[in-house]
Design a protein around this ligand. Structure first.
Ligand code: KG4
Ligand code: ZN
Length: 354
């Protein structure tokens, strides 16, 4: 999608600066680059590494090698599609963490070199903060959440409920104590013999099945924290038990099993979200991260608008899974605050949001 981005005139007729940010994301297995003109995305290129499929999960060493191969063509494509020259860039934003160290290093080194070469500011971005602030990308339809709001970030590496007071004032209210929700989807899919990443496939088959056919237990976890490792184990034992009496059990019941797994996961997430709303009194609720692409969680969240009077914010599909556009929107807001990084900055595999 291309937007025409011209300078904006504010009421006193003083011309507001047009900011072009090149953003780079390489925290896991997607190499992505985007160009933003202020808070609008003018290009967003994502190259998903297929190599991990045959291993049933992300292999860190292979991921960093693939980033090295992809980064130049992906950035080149992003600039080409945005139809701008790199000399027009105002700043370079990059994912500093959290993520896989080898993967982060590729994006970090590339961004630092490019910023140095072009003599433009460098902006470091926290990946999880970006999943939340993706809601501030201006699109034709979206409404931005009002501060304060609650954000549930659900991805392959994280599951958190965050109180968002302002762009850069966030507080983690709860998080997973073991597996992330994306892992719960992917590992369940693996048990069912589905390829990696299995989350989208579970979603697809779930839409054809009966969600109440096979009840799975929900974990009892204090406060606003989550746990998904017990669910994975109970799915494994269930499948092993049923396969003993019927070797074709998985194949014959795939839709119902997927629907039941998805139903259980969504209930776990929604129970905690309702608890968070009750405890904070905040009824503006957003979701972000790869699992927010899930059709079940999207409709469960939407239903709360009528049922409980919540205002909900669901990202466009392309801004759910890892992408550089979300890094760019954080870059834009940091640029306005002149929050620039220095050249001695390093990648951070564990990087907690504040
Ligand atoms: O945010 P993301 O792209 O990468 C991380 O930062 O982890 O999230 C990837 C995760 C994977 O576990 C993938 O299976 C899951 O998001 N995912 C889904 C769906 N689409 C992606 N899970 C369930 N349903 C989906 N439709
Ligand atoms: Zn992510």
């Amino acid at each position: 999608m291309f937007y025409l981005c011209t300078s904006i005139f504010i009421p006193n007729l003083v011309e507001k600066e047009t900011i072009y940010i090149l953003a780079i994301e390489s925290s896991c297995d997607d190499t992505s680059a985007a160009v933003l003109c202020n808070d609008k995305v003018i290009s967003n290129v994502v190259s998903t590494q297929k190599i991990h499929e045959e291993y049933g999960g992300v292999v860190p060493e292979l991921a960093s090698r693939a980033h090295q191969q992809n980064i130049v063509p992906v950035v080149h494509q992003a600039l080409l599609r945005a139809n701008i020259d790199k000399k027009q860039l105002s700043a370079i934003a990059f994912t500093r963490g959290p993520g896989l160290m080898g993967s982060l290093l590729v994006g970090t080194s590339f961004a630092k070199s490019l910023a140095l070469g072009l003599d433009v500011p460098l902006i470091e971005v926290n990946h999880m903060q970006a999943h939340i602030l993706a809601h501030f990308i201006v699109t034709e339809k979206n409404t931005k959440p009002e501060f304060p709001f609650l954000a549930m970030t659900i991805s392959g590496g994280h599951t958190q409920i965050v109180r968002v007071n302002d762009f850069f004032d966030m507080e983690i209210l709860g998080q997973t104590l073991d597996d992330a929700v994306g892992e719960a989807f992917d590992k369940s899919a693996k048990i069912l013999g589905l390829p990696y990443p299995g989350g989208p496939l579970v979603d697809k088959f779930a839409q054809l099945g009966n969600p109440k056919k096979f009840p799975f237990p929900k974990p009892k976890v204090d406060g606003l924290n989550f746990s998904f490792s017990g669910l994975k184990t109970s799915i494994l034992y269930f499948i092993q038990r049923e396969t003993k009496t019927n070797p074709n059990f998985k194949e014959e019941n795939l839709n119902d099993i997927c629907a039941s797994i998805q139903y259980t996961i969504i209930n776990i997430l929604m129970d905690k979200l309702k608890k968070a709303v009750k405890e904070t009194g905040i009824r503006h609720v957003a979701i972000g991260g790869g699992v927010s692409a899930n059709s079940g969680i999207r409709s469960a969240l939407k239903n709360t608008e009528k049922k409980y009077g919540w205002s909900t914010y669901i990202p466009k599909f392309e801004y759910c899974t890892d992408n550089a556009a979300m890094i760019g929107i954080v870059g834009y807001h940091k640029y306005k605050q002149k929050a620039f990084a220095s050249q001695d900055i390093t990648a951070k595999a564990r990087y907690i949001i504040q």
